[in-house]
Design a protein around this ligand. Structure first.
Ligand code: BGC
Length: 759
C-alpha cells in the first residue's frame, strides 16, 4: 500500500518537473520573441503560464490609478474592469438558493416592478439542504446554480451562507446550514466545489458571526477567541482549506469592537494568515466605514460601487439603517497612498488577489457570453431532490403516514401555507422562479382524480391580506377549515411564515407561529384526529400548544419551487423521509442557549453562552429540546451494530499521519427502502478545559434497501479531538480516553466505544 502511494508520488513529481520545465521554456521563448521586436502577446495573456506568474506580470503593467480603481465596484453587482488591459468586470448575482436579478438591492429586485426580471430555478433554502445531510446533492446544487449563472452571462454567485444558527429568531436562519460548525462546513465545501467546478466564482458569507439581523449595521458582538474558533469560524476554515474557495464576503456587524470589513484580526490574521486564504475578500453590500483601515485590514473589494452605490447611500432608509460605503473609491485610496497611510504593496496584494480569481475562473481569457439554459429538467430535479430529502418526519403516531391512496377518498388541505408556494424567506436570497408548486398543487397532482381534495385557507397569513384580517373573516375561515377537515379522511395543515415576516433585514419577532395558526391546528385536530401538521418555515416554532395531540408532523422548511411536489412524494410514500434536523428545535425561545444574550443592549451583544450553541448546550446542560439535533424519523427502521474503532498510523515518505478508523454496520431492518444519516460524535470529559457533552465530527447518508446492510467507514484525524486553547491560542489535544459515539441524533446514540489518544 505504502509502496504503491510512493510510486504515485514519484510519477506526480516527475510530471510536475516536466510541467515546470515546459512553462519555463514557454516563458523564455516569449521573452525572446519580445526581444526580437515581434508583437507577442503580453505574458499575462498566456494561458500556459502559471496563474501567479500571469498575475505578477499584469500587476507590473498596471498604473497605480488602475489598481486603485479595482478596489471598489463599478456598479451594483459588477467589479471595475480595466479595459486597456483586457481585465473584465466580475459580474455577480445573489445567491445562494438560485440566481437572482442583479438590477439593484433586494428592495428593488423583489418588487413586482423589478426592472430586470430574472426567472431561475428556486432551490430549497439552505436549512432545507442542510437537513438532507447529503454533500453530494449539495454539490449538485452548487453545480446547477453555477450553470444557471453562466447561462445568464454572469460570473459569480453570492453564496453559500455558512453562518451558524445561534438564536432561533435570526431572520436569516433559513439561509444557513444550521447550528453545527462541522455540518455547515462540509455542506459549504460541497456547494463551493459544485460552483467552482463550473468555473463560476462563489462567495462564502458572511465572515464572521452574522447571527442576528437586529441593528446589523451597528451591532458590536463580543465573542471570545475560543468560541470564534470552535463555533463561528470552522465553516469558513473548511471553505478555505478544503475547497480552496475563491472569495469570502465579510459581514456587516462589528466583532469585538471593529467592523468586520475593517477587522485586521479577522481578515488578515485569521483568514489570510492562519487559514491561508489566497482569494479575495468582498465587502457585504454597504458595509465599509473607512478607507485606509479597511484596505490595510485586508479588504480587497468594496461592493457595491459607482452610481448605484451613490443612489443607495443617499436613500433615507439606508442612512437610517446605518449602511455605509464608497470608501474605497480610487480618489480616496490614492489620497491615502499619497498621505502614506496605504502602501502600494498592500494595493498590489489586494488587486493581485482579484486578478488571481479572474484568471482561475477563466473569465480573463474567455469573457462569458450567456451560454446554456436556465431551469432545465436536470436543474429542476436537483431542486426537487433537495426539497424531498430535506423534509424531516418529526412525529408519526400509529403510522398515519404514508397515506395509502387505495384507502383514502378525501383530503382537506388547509392553511395559509397550503394554498400558496412559500419557496424561501425574504431578502437578497429570494429567487423568482418560473413556476412554484404549492402544497395544494403538489397533493392534488399526486392524488389524481380518485381522491377528493378540499382546500381551505383556515387563517390568513398575518398581515398579508386585510380582507382575511377582520374578526368575522377569521371566524369564517376557521369554521370552513374545521368543516372541511371533519368531512375528509385526512387533514393536512400547512403552517409557518413567509418572506415578509421571516427575512433578511430584521429578526423574527417570536418563535410562536403567526397569529391564528396555533388555533387553526387545534381546531383541525379536533375536527379530524387524522391530521398531519406540516411546518413550512426556516426558523423553529413553538409547538407546545398542539404537539401532544398531533399525530403526524413534518418539517418541509422553505422547499423552493418544487416544495409542493416533494411534500406530496413524502405524504404518499413515493419517497421515504430521510431528512434530519440540522438545528435543535427548542420547546420555547427561553430554553435556547442565547436567549438571555439576545439581541443585546445599547448596540452590544455578548455571546456569553460561548461554545454552548445548539446541542452543545442542550445535551451538556440537560435542557430537553422539543426535537434534538440530528433527529428525523423514517417509514423504515435502522439497526446499528459492530462498532469498531481502530487507531492507525501511516507513513508517506517522511510524513507520518495518525488517525482513527471507525466502522459501523447499519442495516435497514424495515420493509421499505430508505436512507439513514449515520452521525459520529466525539465525547471528551478528561480535558482540563470545559468541553461540550459531545461534538459532531463525521456523518454519512446511506441508502439501503429493505434488509440490506452496509459497513460505514469514517476516518478521523487529530482535529476531531482538539479544542481551541485560549491560553496557548492554539488547537490543543488533551491525551487520554475519548469516547466515540455513533447514532441517529445527538440524543439517540446507539453505540459507543472508548479510544485512547496520545499526543
Ligand atoms: C446581504 C448579502 C447579499 C448582498 C447583495 C446584503 O444585504 O447581506 O448576503 O449578497 O446584500 O445583495
Amino acid at each position: 500500500m505504502i509502496f504503491r502511494s510512493l510510486r504515485l508520488c514519484l510519477v506526480f513529481l516527475l510530471s510536475s518537473f516536466t510541467f515546470l520545465a515546459l512553462v519555463q521554456a514557454q516563458a523564455t521563448s516569449s521573452a525572446a520573441q519580445n526581444a526580437a521586436g515581434t508583437t507577442a502577446a503580453p505574458a499575462y495573456k498566456s494561458t500556459s503560464l502559471l496563474v501567479d506568474q500571469r498575475v505578477q506580470d499584469l500587476l507590473k503593467r498596471m498604473t497605480l490609478e488602475e489598481k486603485a480603481t479595482m478596489l471598489s465596484g463599478s456598479g451594483w453587482m459588477e467589479s471595475a474592469p480595466i479595459v486597456r488591459l483586457g481585465i473584465p468586470a466580475i459580474k455577480m448575482a445573489d445567491g445562494p438558493m438560485g440566481v437572482r436579478s442583479w438590477a439593484g438591492s433586494s428592495a428593488i429586485t423583489n418588487a413586482s416592478s423589478n426592472p430586470v426580471r430574472v426567472e431561475t430555478t428556486s432551490f430549497p433554502s439552505g436549512v432545507a439542504m442542510a437537513a438532507t445531510w447529503d454533500t453530494a446533492l449539495v454539490q449538485r446544487e452548487g453545480q446547477a446554480i453555477a450553470q444557471e449563472v453562466k447561462a445568464l452571462g454572469r460570473d459569480m454567485i453570492l453564496g453559500p451562507t455558512v453562518n451558524i444558527n445561534r438564536v432561533p429568531l435570526w431572520g436569516r436562519n433559513f439561509e444557513g446550514y444550521g447550528e453545527d460548525p462541522y455540518l455547515s462546513g462540509q455542506l459549504g465545501v460541497a456547494y463551493i466545489r459544485g460552483v467552482q467546478g463550473e468555473g463560476v466564482i462563489p462567495s462564502v458569507k458572511h465572515f464572521a458571526a452574522n447571527n442576528e439581523e437586529f441593528e446589523r449595521h451597528r451591532l458590536d458582538e463580543t465573542i471570545d477567541e475560543r468560541t470564534l474558533h470552535e463555533i463561528y469560524l470552522p465553516a469558513f476554515k473548511a471553505a478555505v482549506q478544503q475547497a480552496d474557495v475563491w472569495t469570502v464576503m465579510s459581514a456587516y456587524e462589528k466583532v469585538n469592537g471593529t467592523y468586520c470589513a475593517e477587522n485586521p484580526y479577522l481578515l488578515t490574521d485569521i483568514l489570510k494568515k492562519e487559514f491561508g486564504f489566497k482569494g479575495f475578500v468582498v465587502s457585504d453590500w454597504g458595509s465599509t466605514y473607512s478607507t485606509a483601515p479597511t484596505v490595510n485590514a485586508g479588504m480587497d473589494l468594496e461592493m457595491p460601487g459607482g452610481p448605484p452605490a451613490k443612489v443607495m447611500l443617499a436613500r433615507p432608509q439606508t442612512i437610517m439603517s446605518g449602511n455605509s460605503g464608497l470608501w474605497l473609491e480610487a480618489n480616496k485610496v490614492l489620497a491615502d497612498v499619497k498621505a502614506g497611510k496605504i502602501t502600494e504593496a498592500t494595493i498590489d496584494d489586494n488587486v493581485g488577489r482579484i486578478l488571481r480569481v479572474i484568471m482561475l475562473s477563466g473569465i480573463m481569457d474567455s469573457p462569458r457570453t450567456a451560454l446554456g439554459e436556465v431551469d432545465t429538467p436536470e436543474q429542476q430535479k436537483v431542486a426537487r431532490d433537495g426539497a424531498t430529502e430535506g423534509i424531516v418526519l418529526l412525529k408519526n403516531q400509529n403510522n398515519l403516514l404514508p397515506l395509502d391512496p387505495s384507502k383514502i377518498h378525501s383530503i382537506a388541505v388547509i392553511g395559509p401555507n397550503a394554498l400558496v408556494a412559500r419557496t424561501g424567506g425574504g431578502g437578497s436570497s429570494l429567487v423568482r422562479p418560473k413556476y412554484a408548486v404549492s402544497p395544494l398543487q403538489g397533493i392534488q397532482k399526486r392524488a389524481g382524480s380518485g381522491i377528493q381534495i378540499t382546500p381551505a385557507l383556515g387563517v390568513g397569513m398575518d398581515g398579508e391580506d386585510p380582507a382575511h384580517d377582520t374578526p368575522e373573516a377569521r371566524a369564517n375561515d376557521l369554521k370552513a377549515a374545521a368543516d372541511a377537515a371533519a368531512k375528509a379522511d385526512v387533514a393536512i395543515v400547512v403552517v409557518g411564515r413567509y418572506n415578509k415576516n421571516e427575512s433578511e433585514g430584521f429578526d423574527v419577532k417570536t418563535m410562536d407561529l403567526p397569529a391564528g395558526q396555533d388555533e387553526l391546528i387545534a381546531a383541525v385536530e379536533k375536527a379530524n384526529p387524522r391530521t398531519v401538521v406540516v411546518l413550512n418555515t426556516g426558523d423553529p416554532v413553538t409547538m407546545t400548544k398542539w404537539l401532544d395531540t398531533t399525530p403526524a408532523l413534518l418539517d418541509m422548511w422553505y422547499g423552493g419551487q418544487e416544495g409542493g411536489n416533494a411534500l406530496a412524494a413524502i405524504l404518499f410514500g413515493d419517497a421515504n423521509p430521510s431528512g434530519k434536523l440540522p438545528v435543535s428545535l427548542p420547546k420555547k425561545f427561553e430554553d435556547s442557549p442565547a436567549a438571555k444574550n439576545y439581541p443585546g443592549q445599547d448596540l452590544k451583544v455578548h455571546y456569553a453562552e460561548g461554545i454552548y450553541v445548539g446541542y452543545r448546550y442542550y445535551d451538556t446542560k440537560n435542557v430537553e429540546p422539543q426535537f434534538p439535533f440530528g433527529f428525523g424519523l423514517s417509514y423504515t427502521t435502522f439497526e446499528y451494530s459492530d462498532l469498531s474503532v481502530i487507531p492507525f498510523v501511516t507513513h508517506s515518505g517522511t510524513v507520518k499521519s495518525e488517525g482513527t478508523l471507525v466502522t459501523v454496520k447499519v442495516k435497514n431492518s424495515g420493509s421499505r427502502a430508505g436512507a439513514e444519516v449515520v452521525q459520529l460524535y466525539v465525547h471528551d470529559d478528561h480535558a482540563k478545559i470545559d468541553r461540550p457533552a459531545h461534538e459532531l465530527k463525521a456523518f454519512k447518508r446511506v441508502e439501503l434497501k429493505p434488509g440490506e446492510s452496509q459497513t460505514i467507514k469514517f476516518s478521523l484525524d487529530k482535529s476531531a479531538y482538539e479544542y481551541w486553547s485560549p491560553d496557548t491560542k492554539q488547537w490543543t489535544l488533551a491525551p487520554g480516553t475519548f469516547e466515540i459515539q455513533v447514532g441517529a441524533s445527538s440524543r439517540d446514540i446507539r453505540l459507543k466505544a472508548p479510544l485512547q489518544v496520545m499526543r
